[in-house]
Write a protein that binds this ligand. Structure first.
Ligand SMILES: [Zn+2]
Length: 307
């Protein structure tokens, strides 16, 4: 009998604790609990690769969570992405949709509206610069998006809240280590100038106090015309003639051709900076792919700026 009462008390205590824990993470009015398509599965869909990697970490080892993403893992940023019928079905059938927001998913803005009760916007609350959506391309931004996604998942799927929080904290610790590592490599280059391929690096630059001297393509595919390219080259050359160093970067996802023209006309060497938007999905290394790519970015930057 006493055993039964204790069990009841424990169960009540645990239930209260869970309510307390989930209420700590709730900032908005309680959302409608997403319907689970079958008893044991909650389907979480990320719009693109960086968020998928984030989710691999936050949902690691949690039973009954099924991850997918809309854009294939080799898509890159979603600037030119065209929604497919398959994507529409995925959006309709998922229990939770995780988007970057801040303009990255403009192509599905109306659809996001229809999913708003089961939507997590990872960049929500991040202070944007010039409405730039590439929040994840800096350790501080990645930390913000991790916290926001953990908060959102705990709110929308309270039954797994403690696990999301635990996994999230483990990933946040890794991101903190990444940040310290990157600062240890780059802090001495504070104030140096870089040329980036597209506008993916303003938060990265601001975190390490680097100056973006020029951006080759405002948006990937927006190739500068001959006049614009000539202006970019003469601007870079005039900075170089003043004795200031500049490091020139292309991105692994896009053609090097414009960067190579600039390199030829300025005498600069092309290095590669990765905005961490493509990669493997099923391989064991996928989980750490963001951290590996950002470490490599810091190492490449150090090499480029040391010249
Ligand atoms: Zn982009």
């Amino acid at each position: 009998m006493a055993f039964t009462i204790n069990r009841k008390k424990i169960a009540f205590f645990m239930a209260s604790l869970l309510v307390l824990l989930s209420s700590c993470t709730q900032k908005k009015a309680p959302a409608v609990q997403p319907e689970k398509t079958d008893e044991n599965t909650i389907k979480i869909t990320a719009t693109f690769y960086p968020l998928y990697v984030l989710l691999l970490n936050i949902t690691d080892g949690i039973d009954g969570v099924e991850l997918s993403m809309l854009a294939p893992p080799d898509t890159g940023c979603l600037h030119d992405y065209q929604l497919t019928t398959k994507d529409m079905k995925k959006i309709e059938s998922c229990n939770i949709l995780v988007a970057n927001g801040s303009g990255m998913e403009d192509f599905i803005e109306k659809i996001l509206e229809t999913k708003k009760d089961s939507l997590i916007i990872a960049s929500e609350g991040f202070e944007l610069t010039d409405n730039n959506s590439h929040v994840w391309v800096s350790p501080t931004g990645a930390i913000h998006e991790t916290q926001r996604v953990v908060e959102g998942l705990s709110h929308l799927d309270p039954s797994n809240a403690t696990k999301y929080v635990m996994n999230g904290n483990a990933y946040l610790a890794k991101l903190q280590n990444l940040s310290s590592y990157m600062h240890s490599l780059l802090d001495e280059f504070s104030g140096e100038k870089i040329v980036t391929f597209h506008e993916a690096f303003p938060y990265f630059a601001s975190e390490f106090n680097l100056q973006i001297a020029s951006v080759i393509e405002r948006e990937p595919g927006e190739v500068p015309g001959p006049k614009e390219l000539k202006e970019q080259i003469s601007e870079i050359n005039s900075i170089l003639s003043g004795g200031t160093k500049i490091a020139l970067f292309a991105e692994p996802q896009y053609s090097y051709s414009t960067a190579e023209i600039i390199a030829k006309e300025t005498g600069l060497k092309v290095f590669e900076l990765d905005p961490c938007v493509t990669g493997k999905i099923d391989a064991p290394e996928a989980k750490d792919s963001y951290i590996s790519a950002m470490k490599k970015n810091a190492e490449v930057l150090r090499e480029a700026l040391s010249k």
